[in-house]
Design a protein around this ligand. Structure first.
Ligand code: ATP
Ligand code: MG
Length: 566
């Protein structure tokens, strides 16, 4: 098949960014160098949207034999923590990318940025404004109406220098003064209207400690950091397009060389049934709507990893959705499709019963045990086979039996014969109930001639059921997850809080499930296909006597269905 969605290997599709880079290479720009960077702010855990940016930045460097830096844009000490710095590194490595020895921090440049600010003051290009943030923002104007000049705009360089040095020394209160660039108050681009360069923050910084009382604004740090690192292509999301003239203005004032990082903007990833803002995700964690950043319902990379997503599936997804200049919404079922495609090829098969109903095979000799052959993965014969224990008492799935089956129900029912996968044909003879009328077990007989699940005489059965031997199975907890939100765009309703759309049934815990015993030896994150049910992985919460499985995704692929119907 030539359909690209059938490939597990990323197709390395080209995109408008790559076309621009190829032109730059052809024109000998930066002597053909390609150097990108992924610049997270360490104020939260990475999510699937960041994965798109990571795949794009690291993937682009890989494609053109270039380099990609990891740079933490840590200019805001009040929201940043080491925990985030560590989790971000772990997630990028997990995705399969490496920054080698090029891990940087915007805070590495605090000294240089401060020197640069002093230079701007001396050159009459920056001034200290004694007004508070609210007043400054009221004077900003609108895109069609020019702003008002600050009464402090025309201070002398000497006075500005003195004030800025005293700001730096911690002499003034937070919020009492800022350093602003002296550019213009009338540009239609609001970002050019005397933007703030430094603010007073008497906060402890996760790397520089208490050294600084003034911190550069993100906009004052970002472009120069790119410049100092020799970034050739500064790939970022669309909202930064209007910041580009400002970044260029700063680097122009540096007057260090003619080289300029080229900023290229692309549309951020939005996924249905998901919120992607770090502030909202933090709220879910802090207020305990979920069990931490790595809750398997979270769109964070740590959540997806724990849920059972593989790096390959995320990279493949990222490649499939491509890169565009237009904001859009991607169906989350495409992400799940990429995962199923990968797990179908790699997941060990196992039989497991989530909602057990006991079946006694009355004509099977008491005490007899057999080992029957089972295939580990029909998609990959190198994965070999295993033995499954069979005995007189087994469990089947409760909903695989109906006492009064409707016409289209072909599974087990009184008097009906079905196949037990890899085992035997069985026929149901008797339904045992308790005093409340609930079915407690079934009595069946088996046909010894159907060993291996093969028909002895060509007679057909309409259903094949999975099962486990009651005596051998290991009892496990299974956690079933559904979408965290029951609205396609939970953050997209201007008057409704996104939390109103939390799905109350997003987690269901099944305490008494039974699985083939070999899963006892699984390691956290090992994934399995439970036959007929879906993909599952072992959770970190498991203990030696008590395995806990997460359902990664059910088997049914709504993406393929959607595609076929369209
Ligand atoms: P914040 O609002 O805190 O800045 P952010 O989502 O922009 O949040 P950053 O840490 O600044 O987070 O993001 C790091 C990089 O990832 C940036 O280059 C940003 O453009 C990119 N990025 C963030 N969200 C997405 C997304 N949904 N799709 C693609 N790229 C994204
Ligand atoms: Mg950002």
């Amino acid at each position: 098949m030539s359909n690209s969605t059938d490939s597990t290997e990323p197709a390395k599709k080209s995109n408008f960014i790559h076309i621009q880079i190829e032109q730059d290479i052809e024109n000998g720009k930066n002597r053909g160098r390609v150097h990108t960077r992924f610049p997270p702010e360490p104020n939260g855990y990475l999510h699937i949207g960041h994965a798109k940016s990571i795949c794009l930045n690291f993937g682009t460097a890989e494609k053109y034999g270039g380099k990609c830096n990891l740079r933490f844009d840590d200019t805001n000490p009040t929201k940043e923590e080491m925990e985030y710095v560590e989790s971000i590194q772990k997630d990028i490595h997990w995705l399969g990318f490496d920054w080698e020895d090029r891990m940087y921090f915007a805070s590495d440049y605090f000294e240089k940025l401060h020197d640069f600010a002093i230079r701007l003051i001396k050159e009459g290009k920056a001034y200290v404004d004694d007004q508070d943030a609210e007043t400054i923002s009221q004077q900003k104007g609108t895109p069609t109406r020019p702003g008002m000049e600050s009464p402090f705009r025309n201070r002398s360089s000497e006075e500005n220098l003195d004030l800025f040095q005293r700001m730096t020394a911690g002499e003034f209160e937070e919020g009492s003064r800022v350093l602003r660039a002296k550019i213009t108050m009338s540009s239609p681009n609001m970002h050019m209207r005397d933007p703030i360069l430094y603010r007073i923050l008497k906060a402890h910084h996760h790397r520089t400690g208490d050294k600084w009382c003034v911190y550069p604004m993100y906009d004052f740090a970002h472009g120069q950091s790119d410049f100092w690192e020799g970034i050739t292509h500064s790939i970022c999301t669309l909202e930064f397009e209007v910041h580009r003239p400002l970044y260029d203005w700063f680097v122009d004032q540096l007057q260090e060389s003619d080289y300029r990082p080229r900023q290229i903007e692309f549309a951020r990833l939005n996924l249905t049934y998901t919120v992607m803002s770090k502030r909202k995700l933090l709220e879910l964690v802090k207020d305990k709507y979920v069990n931490g950043w790595d809750d398997p319902r979270m769109p964070t990379l740590s959540g997806l990893r724990r849920r059972g997503f593989t790096p390959e599936s995320i990279r493949n997804f990222s490649d499939r959705i491509g890169v565009t200049k237009v904001d859009g919404m991607i169906d989350v079922s495409l992400l799940e499709h990429s995962l199923r495609e990968h797990l179908n090829k790699t997941a060990q098969r196992v039989m497991g019963v989530l909602d057990p109903l006991k079946v006694v095979i009355t004509n099977y000799p008491e005490g007899l045990e057999e080992e029957l052959g089972a295939i580990n993965n029909p998609e990959d014969e190198n994965m070999g086979s295993r033995k499954v224990q069979f005995s007189r008492e087994i469990y089947i799935e409760r909903d695989d039996f109906m006492e009064n089956p409707p016409r289209k129900f072909f599974r087990l029912a009184p008097g009906r014969e079905v196949r037990l996968r890899y085992a035997y044909f069985i026929t149901c003879n008797e339904v045992i109930k308790n005093e409340k009328g609930e079915i407690t077990e079934l009595h069946c007989t088996y046909d010894p001639a159907s060993k291996g699940g093969n028909s002895p005489d060509g007679r057909k059965v309409k259903a094949t059921l999975h099962w486990v031997s009651a005596k051998h199975a290991v009892k496990s907890e299974v956690r079933l997850y559904d979408r965290l939100f029951n609205d396609e765009d939970p953050a997209g309703h201007p008057d409704i809080d996104f939390k109103e759309f939390l799905n109350p049934d997003s987690l269901k815990i099944l305490p008494d499930c039974y699985l083939e015993p070999f899963v006892k030896d699984a390691k956290p994150l090992d994934h399995f296909q439970f036959e007929r049910l879906g993909y599952f992985n072992l959770d970190y919460d498991s203990t030696p006597g008590k395995p806990i499985f997460n359902r990664t995704v059910p088997l049914r692929d709504s993406w393929v269905k959607m595609k076929n119907n369209s």
